[in-house]
Design a binder for this molecule. Sequence first.
Ligand code: ZN
Length: 524
Amino acid sequence: MGEVAGLFSSEETVVLGAASAGQAERIADAAGLIAYPGSLVAAPGAVALLAKTGVDKSMLIVAPEGSFPDWSFEFSGRTMTAQADGVNISIKICPLTHDNAQALRRNFPYTRPVCMGLKTAAGTGDRLGLATPGHIRAVRGTGLAAFLAQQSIREMTRTARRVRQVLDDVSWGVFEEGFDEGFGSDADHLKTTSDIDSCAAVGFTMFTVDPGDHVDGSADSASADELAAKFQKLDFGGLETTAADLRRDYLTGPVTLPGDVVIEADDEMLLRAAVKYGAAVGHTTSMFRHLATERGEKPFELEMSVDETQTPTTTFEHYFVARELTRLGVKWVSMAPRFVGEFEKGIDYKGDLETFRNSFAEHVAVMRRFGPYKISIHSGSDKFTVYPIMAELADGLIHLKTAGTSYLEALRVIAHVAPELFREILAFAFERYDTDKASYHVSADPSKVPGPEDLADDRLASVLNGDDGRQLLHVTFGSVLTTKMGEGYLFRERLLMALRSHEEEHYDALQKHLKRHIEPFEGF
Ligand code: ZN
């Protein structure tokens, strides 16, 4: 075990991590705090680590007495002197504020998100701001890219969290775990250029454009006349093409895609695809161009997602969208079609697996023709039966997105450590379900879920083992987190405090559950 004095000679920033846990503990102890043993990082002239007292976390910057390096002055905090291993040291104790998070990202590059390219990716949304260390423990060493910061504008609204707070919580979690493998950030389901701007401003690097409001689902069932009328009205100028050019491009006879998938469009198929997705292609193109202008030299990644539409995306529709985006110069790293079958929230895939396999193989063929890019799986939580199919067919070119499932695991912890709170949340979820389910793809029947008074304490968590209970609790997260009572919240503070007080149990639960999502995608 090394001495603290030996820590101060680093010329670059190196995460020392758990190997130097002993020194981290002695330094934090000198400040009267408890170290997060994996967080110790050496930087020029000083070391830094995360420590806590009770549930309050602080960043410590530690230097030989009286010789803080210049970079440390970017952080605000109070200073003290102490002794560790017989050495006199100065310690700056910095609160986890937004300004300090920005200084952290500037000075410790591994705490800021980066572009992840085509690496197999797991998106781990965190609605509570406490889950990142658990997510890291699930992903670390697997070779998958972790998109630790992933939140849609809708979820931020529903959880009363701001864009910058989402990223700050992740940066502090990365620092806590000493995670230096790099991570991604996904500003999910962006609908407008101002959504893009607010997420880009705080440092997000991947932008998921959701042109779902521009998808015309009625095209699937429209009559020939309606279709022709809608086709006429398409904004061909915006798409930089004409009706005649589209017909020339697509009505060419059979086209063979990689994997010997053959597609052949007739006029009706083309019109349906163009009417359904034409405006969405136009919107995605303008979002991409806005981003490209805004970002300038700064790297960014774009996903197009149409997962939240009424009807599945056919092979030809995917082909049409990818081909049009390519023609318009859009570059994207992932695409989220709406798949066949049901991708309901928080539960396994519903549908015929053979149909899914065949359809997914065709999506992969289109992806290989215009990509490669990753096939993005939204509402990807708990779809255990289809993960092996996806991983195999796409050869790991997958971006799996999860979020709600981490909230459910947090509730599982609450059921253990604060059973009365869990009972209150469950009772509240029954009241809220009919209202809150409106914007989600779910089918739960609350009458099949045992009520809070029906279960002994040690059976409470079983509510989270059935589909109905999972969805009941899944879709009500926004109400649970934001309903006010008096000056404060009905549940929010108690929920967060219970998890903070049982941090390791929370991290363990997340690690175990997320591992089951990640393992099928390892090794590609
Ligand atoms: Zn989605």
